[in-house]
Design a protein around this ligand. Sequence first.
Ligand code: KG4
Ligand code: ZN
Length: 348
Amino acid sequence: MSEGPLVLGIETSCDETGVGIVRGHQLLADAVASSVEEHARFGGVVPEVASRAHLEAMVPTIERACETAGVRLHDVDAIAVTSGPGLAGALLVGVAAAKSLALGLGKPIYGVNHLAAHVAVDQLEHGPLPEPCLALLVSGGHSSLLRVEDVTVGVDPMGATIDDAAGEAFDKVARLLGLPFPGGPHIDRAAASGSSVAIDFPRGLTSRRDLERHRFDFSFSGLKTAVARWVEAQQRAGATIDVPDVAASFQEAVCDVLTRKALDAAVSEGIEDILIGGGVAANSRLRAMAVERATARGIRVRVPRPGLCTDNGAMVAALGAELVTRGRTPSRLDLRADSSQPITTVVA
Ligand code: KG4
Ligand code: ZN
């Protein structure tokens, strides 16, 4: 029998209704209902559509998670829920559901930070987090470099995107290439048969001058524009667009900057473990490049399996279980969803 508190986690910050159940570091259930197909024709997540979908999916997803885990709601020791950052209306649905459960069951509630949960989820796969570790979080809504001493106490932001998030760049470039939303997985697949050196796309914020002010920050909007210009120029010239080549060259530019800066940050802090999380961490080239470059410098890399990288409830439950284990104070029952919850606030 495995050890640790039994925690149910709820995630509704974007378009995934996630309910996960963990016991300590053991994953028991990870039920996810996604509304991604309802957003596809708009080319991005529509907040009102996402909120409505969460409302409809919430109870069935909780039931499915309990069934898979073989637990009754009364057995759980605590409820954890993403309180922010994320879409205000979407967060509200998860927080309201978590409060109802906590009140009805008489259990403590933890309103947790979505980004800290992306870090904590790795414990379900690779065991206790190395302390300190350097986290590279890359998704549709965020791209950050964080120094993590103790994920239940706080994380130190070292750098972040100054414009588009990495996943947003994947989604926008996919759209330019006529690939469906969300674009990341499609670019990843198309790139497999293309050449990463076909086109020399720019590496944002890597010039000597930029590094002085933005050593650990990212910028992807210039790259996206460069791809758009390249595609337009080809079309004007009547040439066909080699989608695999563009995808591979674009992906190479993103992964190059992400891994370069993450390694630089780890080395400068004397940290020997890098953890990559968020939806873009599912990218095959990013995973391979990170491992290759880190190994060459004696640094270890941990990346959860793709299903745990994209938004899910298990990550929230994983952080909740760690908070309970370390005796952290729960949130108050009147906690609020905070769409711009700062990265430094782990528990609301
Ligand atoms: O973490 P996530 O599920 O949701 C947010 O919090 O944003 O990340 C979704 C993002 C999308 O932009 C999607 O295109 C990207 O992650 N993504 C990928 C891959 N799989 C998902 N990007 C690149 N390569 C992938 N294989
Ligand atoms: Zn996320």
